[in-house]
Design a protein around this ligand. Sequence first.
Ligand code: CA
Length: 531
Amino acid sequence: MLKRILSTLLLFSFLSSCAPTPPTVAPAQTATPAPEAESANWWNEAVFYEIFVRSFYDTDGDGIGDFNGITQKLDYLESLGVDALWLMPIHPSPSYHGYDVLNYYAVNPQYGSMDDFKNLLNEAHKRDIRIIIDLVINHTSSQHPWFKDANANLDSPYRDFYVWANEPGAGNWHQGQNGYYYGFFWGCMPDLNYTNPAVTDAVLNVTDFWLNEIGVDGFRIDAVKHLIEENGKLENTPATHTWLKDFYTAYKTQNPQAYTVGEVFGAGSSVVNLYTGDELDHIFNFEMSSGFVNSVNGGANSGVTSAFKFAFQDMPDFNYATFLTNHDQNRVMSVFNGNTGKAKAAATLLLTSPGTPFIYYGEEIGMTGKKPDEDIRVPMQWTNAEDAGFTTGNPWRAPNADFETVNVAVETEDPASLLNHYRTLIQLRKEHPALLKGDAVLIETGNSAVFALLRNSGDESILIVVNLGDEPITDYALSLEESLLPDGTITPSLLLGSEQAQPLEITNGQFSDYKPFDELLPYETYLLKIK
Ligand code: CA
Protein backbone atom coordinates (compact mmCIF):
# COMPACT_ATOMS: atom_id res chain seq x y z
CA MET A 1 0.00 0.00 0.00
CA LEU A 2 2.86 2.34 0.78
CA LYS A 3 4.18 1.84 -2.73
CA ARG A 4 0.77 2.56 -4.11
CA ILE A 5 0.55 5.87 -2.27
CA LEU A 6 4.07 6.73 -3.37
CA SER A 7 3.13 5.90 -6.96
CA THR A 8 0.22 8.29 -6.73
CA LEU A 9 2.30 11.10 -5.32
CA LEU A 10 4.98 10.74 -7.96
CA LEU A 11 2.68 10.69 -10.96
CA PHE A 12 2.87 14.26 -12.18
CA SER A 13 5.50 15.93 -14.34
CA PHE A 14 5.75 15.32 -18.04
CA LEU A 15 9.09 16.24 -19.51
CA SER A 16 10.21 13.66 -22.04
CA SER A 17 9.09 12.81 -25.56
CA CYS A 18 7.17 9.87 -24.10
CA ALA A 19 4.49 12.44 -23.24
CA PRO A 20 1.71 11.14 -21.01
CA THR A 21 -1.93 12.01 -20.63
CA PRO A 22 -2.77 13.05 -17.06
CA PRO A 23 -3.95 10.14 -14.93
CA THR A 24 -6.59 10.05 -12.26
CA VAL A 25 -6.64 7.81 -9.24
CA ALA A 26 -9.91 6.41 -7.95
CA PRO A 27 -10.47 4.98 -4.50
CA ALA A 28 -10.83 1.25 -4.07
CA GLN A 29 -14.37 -0.01 -3.62
CA THR A 30 -15.95 -3.35 -2.93
CA ALA A 31 -15.73 -6.02 -5.60
CA THR A 32 -18.70 -7.19 -7.62
CA PRO A 33 -19.24 -10.95 -7.58
CA ALA A 34 -18.38 -12.93 -10.70
CA PRO A 35 -20.99 -15.27 -12.18
CA GLU A 36 -21.27 -18.66 -10.53
CA ALA A 37 -18.84 -21.07 -12.15
CA GLU A 38 -20.58 -24.07 -13.67
CA SER A 39 -17.36 -26.02 -13.98
CA ALA A 40 -13.90 -25.74 -12.50
CA ASN A 41 -12.48 -24.07 -15.58
CA TRP A 42 -15.10 -21.68 -16.92
CA TRP A 43 -12.71 -20.42 -19.58
CA ASN A 44 -12.76 -23.75 -21.41
CA GLU A 45 -16.43 -23.24 -22.24
CA ALA A 46 -16.33 -19.53 -23.03
CA VAL A 47 -16.30 -17.48 -26.21
CA PHE A 48 -14.25 -14.31 -25.66
CA TYR A 49 -14.54 -10.94 -27.37
CA GLU A 50 -11.53 -8.59 -27.53
CA ILE A 51 -12.37 -4.89 -27.17
CA PHE A 52 -10.26 -1.80 -27.78
CA VAL A 53 -12.16 0.50 -25.42
CA ARG A 54 -11.13 3.68 -27.28
CA SER A 55 -12.91 2.42 -30.41
CA PHE A 56 -15.96 0.53 -29.16
CA TYR A 57 -18.64 3.08 -28.27
CA ASP A 58 -18.51 6.69 -27.08
CA THR A 59 -21.26 7.86 -24.72
CA ASP A 60 -20.14 11.40 -23.83
CA GLY A 61 -19.38 12.81 -27.25
CA ASP A 62 -15.65 13.33 -26.80
CA GLY A 63 -14.90 10.99 -29.70
CA ILE A 64 -13.29 8.37 -27.47
CA GLY A 65 -14.91 5.08 -26.58
CA ASP A 66 -15.53 4.55 -22.88
CA PHE A 67 -16.52 2.05 -20.20
CA ASN A 68 -20.10 3.34 -20.26
CA GLY A 69 -20.11 2.65 -23.99
CA ILE A 70 -19.35 -1.01 -23.40
CA THR A 71 -22.02 -1.11 -20.67
CA GLN A 72 -24.55 0.30 -23.14
CA LYS A 73 -23.61 -2.34 -25.70
CA LEU A 74 -23.84 -5.33 -23.35
CA ASP A 75 -27.20 -6.23 -24.90
CA TYR A 76 -25.46 -6.50 -28.25
CA LEU A 77 -22.66 -8.61 -26.79
CA GLU A 78 -25.21 -10.84 -25.08
CA SER A 79 -27.12 -11.24 -28.36
CA LEU A 80 -23.88 -12.17 -30.09
CA GLY A 81 -23.49 -14.85 -27.46
CA VAL A 82 -20.07 -14.07 -26.03
CA ASP A 83 -19.32 -15.14 -22.46
CA ALA A 84 -16.31 -12.99 -21.65
CA LEU A 85 -14.59 -9.78 -22.69
CA TRP A 86 -10.90 -9.04 -22.97
CA LEU A 87 -10.36 -5.31 -22.61
CA MET A 88 -7.13 -4.01 -24.10
CA PRO A 89 -5.21 -1.84 -21.58
CA ILE A 90 -7.45 0.31 -19.41
CA HIS A 91 -4.78 1.98 -17.29
CA PRO A 92 -3.55 5.57 -17.61
CA SER A 93 -0.96 5.69 -20.38
CA PRO A 94 0.80 8.27 -22.56
CA SER A 95 -0.07 6.25 -25.69
CA TYR A 96 -3.40 5.83 -27.46
CA HIS A 97 -3.12 2.02 -27.15
CA GLY A 98 -2.12 1.86 -23.50
CA TYR A 99 0.61 -0.77 -23.69
CA ASP A 100 2.86 1.46 -21.56
CA VAL A 101 1.30 1.89 -18.15
CA LEU A 102 1.60 4.95 -15.89
CA ASN A 103 -0.37 3.64 -12.93
CA TYR A 104 -1.52 0.06 -12.40
CA TYR A 105 -4.09 1.10 -9.78
CA ALA A 106 -6.12 3.53 -11.85
CA VAL A 107 -8.14 3.57 -15.06
CA ASN A 108 -7.52 5.78 -18.06
CA PRO A 109 -9.64 8.89 -17.40
CA GLN A 110 -10.38 9.11 -21.12
CA TYR A 111 -12.31 5.85 -20.70
CA GLY A 112 -14.21 6.98 -17.60
CA SER A 113 -13.90 6.66 -13.85
CA MET A 114 -13.23 3.63 -11.70
CA ASP A 115 -16.91 3.78 -10.77
CA ASP A 116 -17.80 3.56 -14.46
CA PHE A 117 -15.54 0.55 -14.79
CA LYS A 118 -17.05 -1.11 -11.73
CA ASN A 119 -20.53 -0.45 -13.09
CA LEU A 120 -19.52 -2.12 -16.36
CA LEU A 121 -18.16 -5.10 -14.44
CA ASN A 122 -21.31 -5.34 -12.36
CA GLU A 123 -23.66 -5.11 -15.35
CA ALA A 124 -21.59 -7.64 -17.30
CA HIS A 125 -21.62 -10.08 -14.40
CA LYS A 126 -25.41 -9.75 -14.17
CA ARG A 127 -25.48 -11.11 -17.73
CA ASP A 128 -22.99 -13.89 -16.92
CA ILE A 129 -20.36 -12.09 -18.99
CA ARG A 130 -16.91 -12.07 -17.42
CA ILE A 131 -14.22 -9.46 -17.99
CA ILE A 132 -10.46 -9.88 -18.18
CA ILE A 133 -8.08 -6.97 -18.64
CA ASP A 134 -4.72 -6.59 -20.31
CA LEU A 135 -1.91 -6.84 -17.78
CA VAL A 136 1.18 -5.22 -19.25
CA ILE A 137 3.99 -6.20 -16.91
CA ASN A 138 7.04 -6.84 -19.08
CA HIS A 139 7.65 -3.10 -18.96
CA THR A 140 6.17 0.14 -17.69
CA SER A 141 5.93 3.52 -19.33
CA SER A 142 9.16 5.52 -19.02
CA GLN A 143 6.86 8.11 -17.41
CA HIS A 144 5.83 5.69 -14.66
CA PRO A 145 6.93 7.15 -11.30
CA TRP A 146 8.97 4.02 -10.59
CA PHE A 147 11.08 4.59 -13.68
CA LYS A 148 11.33 8.34 -13.33
CA ASP A 149 12.69 7.96 -9.83
CA ALA A 150 14.95 5.04 -10.81
CA ASN A 151 16.33 6.96 -13.76
CA ALA A 152 17.02 10.15 -11.83
CA ASN A 153 18.48 8.69 -8.62
CA LEU A 154 21.07 5.95 -8.31
CA ASP A 155 19.89 5.39 -4.72
CA SER A 156 16.20 5.26 -5.64
CA PRO A 157 14.25 2.40 -4.03
CA TYR A 158 13.04 1.72 -7.57
CA ARG A 159 16.50 1.60 -9.19
CA ASP A 160 16.46 -2.21 -9.20
CA PHE A 161 12.92 -2.30 -10.55
CA TYR A 162 14.59 -1.93 -13.96
CA VAL A 163 17.54 -3.46 -15.79
CA TRP A 164 20.65 -1.27 -15.88
CA ALA A 165 24.14 -1.50 -17.33
CA ASN A 166 27.08 0.82 -17.78
CA GLU A 167 27.36 -0.19 -21.43
CA PRO A 168 24.63 -1.40 -23.81
CA GLY A 169 24.66 -5.21 -24.14
CA ALA A 170 22.68 -7.73 -26.22
CA GLY A 171 19.18 -6.60 -27.10
CA ASN A 172 17.65 -3.15 -26.96
CA TRP A 173 19.41 -0.79 -24.54
CA HIS A 174 18.69 2.90 -24.14
CA GLN A 175 20.70 5.70 -22.60
CA GLY A 176 19.24 6.91 -19.32
CA GLN A 177 20.30 9.67 -16.93
CA ASN A 178 22.61 7.25 -15.07
CA GLY A 179 23.66 4.39 -17.36
CA TYR A 180 21.78 2.34 -19.90
CA TYR A 181 18.44 0.64 -19.33
CA TYR A 182 16.94 -2.34 -21.11
CA GLY A 183 13.71 -1.84 -23.05
CA PHE A 184 12.96 -4.64 -25.45
CA PHE A 185 10.21 -2.89 -27.40
CA TRP A 186 11.04 0.80 -27.17
CA GLY A 187 12.94 3.36 -25.12
CA CYS A 188 9.63 4.58 -23.71
CA MET A 189 8.92 1.06 -22.41
CA PRO A 190 11.69 0.14 -19.92
CA ASP A 191 11.61 -3.56 -18.97
CA LEU A 192 10.86 -4.43 -15.36
CA ASN A 193 13.50 -6.48 -13.52
CA TYR A 194 11.89 -9.72 -12.37
CA THR A 195 15.07 -10.97 -10.73
CA ASN A 196 14.19 -8.39 -8.06
CA PRO A 197 11.62 -9.91 -5.65
CA ALA A 198 10.29 -6.42 -4.91
CA VAL A 199 9.07 -6.18 -8.53
CA THR A 200 7.30 -9.51 -8.20
CA ASP A 201 5.70 -8.30 -4.97
CA ALA A 202 4.61 -5.09 -6.67
CA VAL A 203 2.98 -7.00 -9.53
CA LEU A 204 1.22 -9.41 -7.17
CA ASN A 205 -0.17 -6.40 -5.30
CA VAL A 206 -1.57 -5.25 -8.64
CA THR A 207 -3.19 -8.61 -9.44
CA ASP A 208 -4.64 -8.80 -5.91
CA PHE A 209 -6.10 -5.31 -6.29
CA TRP A 210 -7.83 -6.08 -9.61
CA LEU A 211 -8.99 -9.58 -8.68
CA ASN A 212 -10.13 -8.94 -5.14
CA GLU A 213 -10.79 -5.23 -4.67
CA ILE A 214 -12.22 -4.54 -8.13
CA GLY A 215 -13.37 -8.02 -9.15
CA VAL A 216 -12.09 -8.67 -12.67
CA ASP A 217 -12.04 -12.30 -13.80
CA GLY A 218 -8.48 -12.53 -15.01
CA PHE A 219 -5.78 -11.14 -17.22
CA ARG A 220 -4.39 -11.30 -20.70
CA ILE A 221 -0.64 -11.16 -20.08
CA ASP A 222 1.17 -9.09 -22.67
CA ALA A 223 4.56 -10.09 -24.09
CA VAL A 224 4.93 -12.90 -21.58
CA LYS A 225 7.86 -14.61 -23.31
CA HIS A 226 10.00 -11.49 -22.72
CA LEU A 227 9.64 -11.29 -18.93
CA ILE A 228 13.18 -12.28 -17.98
CA GLU A 229 16.32 -12.17 -20.10
CA GLU A 230 18.92 -14.74 -19.10
CA ASN A 231 22.49 -15.42 -20.26
CA GLY A 232 22.03 -13.39 -23.41
CA LYS A 233 18.78 -15.16 -24.27
CA LEU A 234 15.96 -12.66 -24.73
CA GLU A 235 12.81 -14.79 -24.81
CA ASN A 236 11.26 -18.02 -23.51
CA THR A 237 14.02 -18.34 -20.90
CA PRO A 238 14.04 -20.90 -18.05
CA ALA A 239 13.96 -17.98 -15.60
CA THR A 240 10.71 -16.74 -17.16
CA HIS A 241 9.15 -20.18 -16.79
CA THR A 242 10.26 -20.41 -13.17
CA TRP A 243 8.84 -16.97 -12.43
CA LEU A 244 5.52 -17.86 -14.06
CA LYS A 245 5.18 -21.03 -11.97
CA ASP A 246 5.39 -18.90 -8.82
CA PHE A 247 3.09 -16.32 -10.36
CA TYR A 248 0.51 -19.03 -11.13
CA THR A 249 0.52 -20.25 -7.54
CA ALA A 250 0.20 -16.69 -6.27
CA TYR A 251 -2.69 -15.50 -8.42
CA LYS A 252 -4.59 -18.78 -8.00
CA THR A 253 -4.24 -18.23 -4.27
CA GLN A 254 -5.63 -14.72 -4.67
CA ASN A 255 -8.55 -16.08 -6.71
CA PRO A 256 -8.78 -19.74 -7.80
CA GLN A 257 -11.30 -18.79 -10.53
CA ALA A 258 -9.01 -16.20 -12.11
CA TYR A 259 -7.96 -16.88 -15.67
CA THR A 260 -4.79 -15.91 -17.48
CA VAL A 261 -4.03 -16.07 -21.17
CA GLY A 262 -0.56 -15.23 -22.41
CA GLU A 263 0.78 -13.75 -25.59
CA VAL A 264 3.69 -15.86 -26.85
CA PHE A 265 4.02 -14.59 -30.39
CA GLY A 266 5.92 -16.47 -33.05
CA ALA A 267 6.77 -19.76 -31.32
CA GLY A 268 5.49 -23.19 -32.32
CA SER A 269 3.20 -25.30 -30.17
CA SER A 270 6.08 -27.28 -28.66
CA VAL A 271 7.45 -24.04 -27.15
CA VAL A 272 4.17 -22.42 -26.15
CA ASN A 273 2.97 -25.66 -24.58
CA LEU A 274 5.58 -25.12 -21.84
CA TYR A 275 3.59 -22.11 -20.63
CA THR A 276 0.32 -23.89 -19.96
CA GLY A 277 -0.80 -25.95 -17.02
CA ASP A 278 1.20 -24.56 -14.12
CA GLU A 279 2.26 -21.18 -15.54
CA LEU A 280 -0.73 -19.73 -17.36
CA ASP A 281 -4.19 -21.15 -17.96
CA HIS A 282 -3.93 -20.59 -21.69
CA ILE A 283 -1.67 -19.22 -24.36
CA PHE A 284 -2.87 -17.99 -27.72
CA ASN A 285 -2.32 -20.64 -30.38
CA PHE A 286 -0.86 -18.45 -33.13
CA GLU A 287 -0.10 -21.56 -35.19
CA MET A 288 -3.78 -22.52 -35.27
CA SER A 289 -4.73 -18.93 -36.08
CA SER A 290 -2.45 -18.88 -39.14
CA GLY A 291 -3.77 -22.31 -40.09
CA PHE A 292 -7.38 -21.09 -40.08
CA VAL A 293 -6.64 -17.91 -42.01
CA ASN A 294 -4.17 -19.34 -44.53
CA SER A 295 -6.31 -22.37 -45.32
CA VAL A 296 -9.34 -20.24 -46.06
CA ASN A 297 -7.35 -17.66 -47.98
CA GLY A 298 -5.57 -20.26 -50.09
CA GLY A 299 -8.59 -22.52 -50.49
CA ALA A 300 -6.57 -25.51 -49.25
CA ASN A 301 -6.87 -27.50 -46.04
CA SER A 302 -3.11 -28.05 -45.55
CA GLY A 303 -2.59 -25.09 -43.19
CA VAL A 304 -5.30 -25.94 -40.72
CA THR A 305 -4.57 -29.67 -40.95
CA SER A 306 -0.92 -29.06 -40.13
CA ALA A 307 -1.84 -26.83 -37.17
CA PHE A 308 -4.14 -29.56 -35.86
CA LYS A 309 -1.38 -32.16 -36.15
CA PHE A 310 0.92 -29.97 -34.04
CA ALA A 311 -1.87 -29.47 -31.51
CA PHE A 312 -2.56 -33.22 -31.28
CA GLN A 313 1.15 -33.76 -30.66
CA ASP A 314 1.94 -30.90 -28.28
CA MET A 315 -1.36 -29.76 -26.74
CA PRO A 316 -3.77 -32.70 -27.04
CA ASP A 317 -6.02 -31.35 -24.28
CA PHE A 318 -6.63 -28.24 -26.41
CA ASN A 319 -5.87 -26.00 -23.43
CA TYR A 320 -5.21 -22.95 -25.55
CA ALA A 321 -6.96 -19.91 -26.94
CA THR A 322 -7.78 -19.55 -30.63
CA PHE A 323 -8.50 -16.54 -32.81
CA LEU A 324 -8.38 -15.36 -36.42
CA THR A 325 -6.55 -12.06 -36.07
CA ASN A 326 -5.95 -9.71 -33.15
CA HIS A 327 -5.16 -6.04 -32.58
CA ASP A 328 -1.57 -6.50 -33.81
CA GLN A 329 -2.43 -8.02 -37.19
CA ASN A 330 -4.16 -6.93 -40.37
CA ARG A 331 -7.86 -7.66 -39.93
CA VAL A 332 -8.94 -10.99 -41.35
CA MET A 333 -11.48 -9.33 -43.68
CA SER A 334 -8.63 -7.35 -45.26
CA VAL A 335 -6.51 -10.48 -45.57
CA PHE A 336 -9.50 -11.91 -47.48
CA ASN A 337 -9.86 -8.77 -49.65
CA GLY A 338 -13.42 -8.25 -48.44
CA ASN A 339 -14.64 -11.73 -49.41
CA THR A 340 -17.58 -12.48 -47.09
CA GLY A 341 -17.62 -16.15 -48.08
CA LYS A 342 -14.07 -16.52 -46.85
CA ALA A 343 -14.90 -14.64 -43.65
CA LYS A 344 -17.75 -17.07 -43.01
CA ALA A 345 -15.58 -20.11 -43.63
CA ALA A 346 -12.92 -18.75 -41.27
CA ALA A 347 -15.55 -18.11 -38.60
CA THR A 348 -16.66 -21.70 -38.99
CA LEU A 349 -13.15 -23.03 -38.45
CA LEU A 350 -12.69 -20.81 -35.39
CA LEU A 351 -16.00 -21.60 -33.73
CA THR A 352 -16.26 -25.33 -34.44
CA SER A 353 -12.67 -26.17 -33.44
CA PRO A 354 -11.36 -27.02 -29.98
CA GLY A 355 -9.70 -24.28 -27.94
CA THR A 356 -11.28 -21.17 -26.43
CA PRO A 357 -12.15 -18.78 -29.29
CA PHE A 358 -11.46 -15.04 -29.14
CA ILE A 359 -13.25 -12.70 -31.56
CA TYR A 360 -11.66 -9.31 -32.23
CA TYR A 361 -14.31 -6.55 -32.09
CA GLY A 362 -15.76 -5.86 -35.53
CA GLU A 363 -14.53 -9.15 -36.96
CA GLU A 364 -18.07 -10.48 -36.66
CA ILE A 365 -19.39 -7.82 -39.04
CA GLY A 366 -16.45 -7.98 -41.43
CA MET A 367 -14.62 -4.77 -40.53
CA THR A 368 -11.49 -4.25 -42.59
CA GLY A 369 -8.16 -2.75 -41.55
CA LYS A 370 -4.53 -2.96 -42.56
CA LYS A 371 -1.50 -1.60 -40.71
CA PRO A 372 -0.46 0.89 -39.44
CA ASP A 373 -1.85 -0.31 -36.12
CA GLU A 374 -4.22 2.63 -35.72
CA ASP A 375 -6.07 1.44 -38.84
CA ILE A 376 -6.73 -2.03 -37.44
CA ARG A 377 -8.17 -0.39 -34.31
CA VAL A 378 -10.69 2.08 -35.77
CA PRO A 379 -14.19 2.75 -34.38
CA MET A 380 -16.75 -0.05 -34.30
CA GLN A 381 -19.38 0.23 -37.03
CA TRP A 382 -22.78 0.25 -35.33
CA THR A 383 -25.15 1.92 -37.81
CA ASN A 384 -25.16 3.80 -41.10
CA ALA A 385 -25.49 7.12 -39.26
CA GLU A 386 -22.68 9.66 -39.24
CA ASP A 387 -19.38 8.22 -37.95
CA ALA A 388 -20.91 4.75 -37.96
CA GLY A 389 -22.98 5.57 -34.88
CA PHE A 390 -19.81 5.38 -32.80
CA THR A 391 -19.90 8.93 -31.45
CA THR A 392 -21.88 12.16 -31.63
CA GLY A 393 -18.60 14.09 -31.53
CA ASN A 394 -15.43 13.96 -33.57
CA PRO A 395 -14.12 10.38 -33.51
CA TRP A 396 -10.52 9.98 -32.30
CA ARG A 397 -9.94 8.25 -35.64
CA ALA A 398 -12.29 8.09 -38.63
CA PRO A 399 -14.33 4.92 -39.09
CA ASN A 400 -13.86 2.84 -42.24
CA ALA A 401 -15.56 4.29 -45.32
CA ASP A 402 -17.70 1.15 -45.78
CA PHE A 403 -19.70 1.65 -42.57
CA GLU A 404 -22.91 2.51 -44.44
CA THR A 405 -23.22 -1.10 -45.59
CA VAL A 406 -21.02 -2.91 -43.08
CA ASN A 407 -22.51 -2.33 -39.64
CA VAL A 408 -24.30 -4.08 -36.80
CA ALA A 409 -27.76 -2.65 -37.57
CA VAL A 410 -27.79 -3.64 -41.25
CA GLU A 411 -26.34 -7.08 -40.64
CA THR A 412 -28.71 -7.84 -37.80
CA GLU A 413 -31.60 -7.51 -40.28
CA ASP A 414 -29.98 -9.77 -42.90
CA PRO A 415 -30.35 -13.49 -42.11
CA ALA A 416 -27.46 -14.29 -44.48
CA SER A 417 -25.05 -11.77 -42.96
CA LEU A 418 -21.64 -12.56 -41.51
CA LEU A 419 -22.91 -11.31 -38.13
CA ASN A 420 -25.77 -13.80 -38.12
CA HIS A 421 -23.36 -16.56 -39.17
CA TYR A 422 -21.30 -15.75 -36.06
CA ARG A 423 -24.45 -15.73 -33.90
CA THR A 424 -25.56 -19.09 -35.27
CA LEU A 425 -22.16 -20.71 -34.77
CA ILE A 426 -21.77 -19.38 -31.22
CA GLN A 427 -25.25 -20.63 -30.36
CA LEU A 428 -24.50 -24.07 -31.83
CA ARG A 429 -21.25 -24.19 -29.86
CA LYS A 430 -23.16 -23.50 -26.65
CA GLU A 431 -25.88 -26.03 -27.38
CA HIS A 432 -23.63 -28.92 -28.38
CA PRO A 433 -21.08 -30.37 -25.94
CA ALA A 434 -19.25 -32.00 -28.86
CA LEU A 435 -18.46 -28.55 -30.28
CA LEU A 436 -17.86 -26.95 -26.91
CA LYS A 437 -15.53 -29.46 -25.31
CA GLY A 438 -15.34 -32.58 -27.44
CA ASP A 439 -12.22 -34.22 -28.79
CA ALA A 440 -11.34 -33.72 -32.46
CA VAL A 441 -10.46 -36.07 -35.31
CA LEU A 442 -9.36 -34.98 -38.78
CA ILE A 443 -11.34 -36.58 -41.59
CA GLU A 444 -9.78 -37.42 -44.96
CA THR A 445 -11.70 -35.56 -47.64
CA GLY A 446 -10.10 -36.59 -50.93
CA ASN A 447 -10.00 -32.94 -51.99
CA SER A 448 -7.60 -30.32 -50.65
CA ALA A 449 -10.30 -27.63 -50.82
CA VAL A 450 -12.51 -29.55 -48.40
CA PHE A 451 -11.83 -29.56 -44.66
CA ALA A 452 -13.66 -31.98 -42.40
CA LEU A 453 -13.45 -32.53 -38.67
CA LEU A 454 -15.26 -34.90 -36.31
CA ARG A 455 -15.98 -33.65 -32.78
CA ASN A 456 -17.01 -36.16 -30.11
CA SER A 457 -18.20 -35.64 -26.57
CA GLY A 458 -19.91 -38.31 -24.52
CA ASP A 459 -22.84 -39.50 -26.56
CA GLU A 460 -22.69 -36.80 -29.22
CA SER A 461 -20.69 -36.69 -32.46
CA ILE A 462 -20.75 -33.83 -34.95
CA LEU A 463 -19.20 -33.83 -38.39
CA ILE A 464 -18.07 -30.45 -39.73
CA VAL A 465 -17.53 -30.11 -43.48
CA VAL A 466 -16.34 -26.85 -45.05
CA ASN A 467 -15.73 -26.00 -48.68
CA LEU A 468 -12.72 -23.68 -48.44
CA GLY A 469 -12.82 -22.83 -52.13
CA ASP A 470 -14.68 -20.40 -54.38
CA GLU A 471 -16.19 -23.13 -56.61
CA PRO A 472 -18.82 -25.81 -56.01
CA ILE A 473 -17.20 -29.19 -55.29
CA THR A 474 -18.55 -32.58 -56.35
CA ASP A 475 -15.24 -34.46 -56.37
CA TYR A 476 -14.67 -35.37 -52.74
CA ALA A 477 -15.15 -38.34 -50.42
CA LEU A 478 -14.95 -38.42 -46.64
CA SER A 479 -13.26 -41.32 -44.91
CA LEU A 480 -12.24 -42.24 -41.41
CA GLU A 481 -10.12 -45.28 -40.53
CA GLU A 482 -10.79 -45.52 -36.83
CA SER A 483 -13.40 -44.25 -34.41
CA LEU A 484 -15.65 -45.22 -31.53
CA LEU A 485 -18.74 -44.59 -33.63
CA PRO A 486 -21.26 -47.45 -33.41
CA ASP A 487 -21.70 -49.60 -36.51
CA GLY A 488 -24.80 -49.22 -38.61
CA THR A 489 -26.55 -46.79 -40.90
CA ILE A 490 -26.91 -43.26 -39.57
CA THR A 491 -29.21 -40.62 -40.92
CA PRO A 492 -27.44 -37.40 -39.93
CA SER A 493 -29.45 -34.53 -38.60
CA LEU A 494 -28.40 -31.27 -40.15
CA LEU A 495 -27.42 -28.52 -37.68
CA LEU A 496 -26.19 -26.17 -40.40
CA GLY A 497 -26.60 -26.45 -44.17
CA SER A 498 -29.41 -26.34 -46.68
CA GLU A 499 -30.39 -29.88 -47.75
CA GLN A 500 -30.79 -33.31 -46.20
CA ALA A 501 -27.57 -35.30 -45.91
CA GLN A 502 -27.15 -38.82 -47.29
CA PRO A 503 -27.09 -41.70 -44.79
CA LEU A 504 -23.70 -42.69 -43.39
CA GLU A 505 -22.61 -46.36 -43.22
CA ILE A 506 -20.24 -47.23 -40.40
CA THR A 507 -18.51 -50.61 -40.25
CA ASN A 508 -15.98 -51.52 -37.56
CA GLY A 509 -15.95 -47.86 -36.56
CA GLN A 510 -14.84 -46.89 -40.06
CA PHE A 511 -16.41 -45.13 -42.98
CA SER A 512 -15.15 -44.36 -46.47
CA ASP A 513 -16.26 -42.70 -49.69
CA TYR A 514 -18.94 -40.81 -47.83
CA LYS A 515 -20.55 -37.93 -49.68
CA PRO A 516 -23.20 -36.36 -47.47
CA PHE A 517 -24.10 -34.03 -50.35
CA ASP A 518 -23.56 -34.34 -54.10
CA GLU A 519 -22.26 -30.82 -54.20
CA LEU A 520 -20.58 -28.59 -51.61
CA LEU A 521 -21.28 -24.93 -52.29
CA PRO A 522 -18.44 -22.34 -52.27
CA TYR A 523 -17.30 -21.46 -48.71
CA GLU A 524 -20.34 -23.31 -47.35
CA THR A 525 -20.37 -24.89 -43.90
CA TYR A 526 -22.23 -28.12 -43.13
CA LEU A 527 -22.70 -29.37 -39.59
CA LEU A 528 -24.07 -32.88 -39.29
CA LYS A 529 -24.97 -34.51 -36.01
CA ILE A 530 -24.19 -38.18 -36.58
CA LYS A 531 -24.61 -39.42 -33.04
CA1 CA B 1 -16.04 9.09 -24.44
